[in-house]
Design a binder for this molecule. Structure first.
Ligand SMILES: Nc1ncnc2c1ncn2[C@@H]1O[C@H](COP(=O)(O)OP(=O)(O)O)[C@@H](O)[C@H]1O
Ligand SMILES: [Mg+2]
Length: 381
């Protein structure tokens, strides 16, 4: 089975849209596909697919783990495509316990299908990374905006550090070196990956080799969505250069998708765009991506993920401050150095963040007014 997690870092870049329509395109090409909504905090795949009545979900499965996972498979009305709904209702699902996660991954991987497409949540949280790393060929979705680029890069960097920690084990000179690195987040930020690999080799050649092998196998595929003009496509190459240079990571370019206003109409009519209008720009882009994936089917080596690793990395990663501002700053530097971000982009980012801050301030003021009002009423009562 080809396991295809779809992640992004930033939300709202089109992961769910891509996951749903790609699943349909692959099913139409004759592949048996299971699409799983693993955005456990903000499930919306059923809306994109236009499925109204759902039976079972990831949440109901976790509540009754003895049930077969096939009991939460929903038919979609599309031949070859089955769907597992997520659960945005149950709080805490976004932070699954280790054994729940392992069980879920094990069951998902036991499904009989040609493709398992997993729509993941935003962010670089532990659960998202664990799901992403169940495959060496996950899709990372981004848009041409600087914030999305930075988020995608941050996601990839975290993934690579995850692999570093997972492959060096828990004892030995290599493990000690890596543990030391993770203790000192400041140092971790500054060294770049080829240097870490060299240091690791010097201390523990076996660990070094294991890491290099794992990293060579790890080939995430990039999709850039919501392009406005052809010049935007250039940005994907710059992101690839940053990943190559600073993360020692070879990204595969899977395709670009233009912004397509028809998507809004499709959504309103409760049909996935690929069914609503197969000839639209957006649908055609999805078909191209699906074709490319089908072409690559023979080339890739699928290695079963090591479920034990989910446990190993858990504790360490819990200490990570994922939105550490300093860390973000160093990412920005790496992106600036390779031209993935221009200073113009930075100006644009600052402007948009100023706008966000202003919006948040308005919201806070509104809430404050409401609170004051509620308190006044409370005193009267
Ligand atoms: N290429 C595109 N053209 C037009 N609208 C798009 C495109 N990609 C995504 N969208 C819209 O952007 C919004 C966010 O997409 P979604 O798939 O929910 O993002 P994510 O899953 O990454 O949070 C949705 O309203 C979706 O319809
Ligand atoms: Mg989504």
């Amino acid at each position: 089975m080809h396991v295809v997690p779809v992640a992004s870092g930033k939300g709202g870049v089109g992961k769910s849209l891509l996951a749903a329509n790609l699943a349909i395109a692959l099913a139409q090409a004759g592949r048996r596909v299971v699409l799983a909504d693993l955005d456990l905090g903000g499930s919306n795949l059923h809306l994109i697919l236009g499925i109204r009545s759902l039976s079972g979900s990831i949440g109901s499965f976790l509540d009754a783990p003895r049930e077969k996972i096939t009991s939460v498979l929903n038919e979609t009305g599309i031949p070859n495509l089955q769907f597992i709904p997520g659960d945005s209702e149950i709080p805490g699902l976004a932070n699954l316990k280790v054994n729940q996660k392992r069980m879920l991954v094990r069951k998902l991987l036991s499904l009989e299908a040609d493709y398992l497409i997993m729509d993941l949540g935003a962010g670089t949280g532990q659960t998202t990374l664990d799901f992403f790393l169940t495959s060496n060929h996950g899709i990372i979705c981004t848009t041409p905006t600087p914030t999305a680029t930075v988020s995608a890069y941050l996601f990839l960097k975290n993934a690579v550090f995850h692999i570093l920690r997972n492959t060096t084990g828990s004892s030995g000179a290599g493990a000690e070196y890596v543990k030391g690195l993770f203790k000192d987040r400041g140092a971790l930020r500054q060294v770049y990956l080829p240097e870490i690999a060299r240091e690791l080799d010097a201390r523990d050649s076996e660990a070094g080799r294991a890491f290099r092998t794992a990293l060579r196998r790890f080939r995430p595929r990039l999709v850039m969505n919501m392009l406005e003009n052809p010049k935007d496509a250039e940005k994907i190459n710059r992101l690839r250069r940053s990943a190559q240079q600073y993360l020692d990571l070879d990204l595969l370019h899977l395709g670009v998708v233009y912004r397509d206003d028809l998507q809004d109409t499709a959504l309103a009519s409760r049909l996935p765009i690929i069914r609503y209008k197969p000839s639209s720009i957006l649908s055609q882009a999805v078909y191209r991506i699906a074709d490319k994936m089908i072409q690559m089917e023979g080339e890739i080596e699928e290695s079963a993920p090591d479920l034990e690793k989910i446990d190993d990395s858990f504790e360490a990663a819990e200490n990570e401050a994922e939105n550490d501002f300093d860390e973000r700053m160093s990412y920005i530097e790496e992106l600036l150095n390779t031209g993935a971000l221009s200073t113009g982009d930075l100006v644009e980012t600052i402007k948009s963040q100023h706008h966000e801050i202003a919006q948040l301030r308005k919201q806070v003021n509104l809430y404050r007014a409401k609170l004051v009002q509620a308190m006044k009423l409370g005193f009267k009562a």
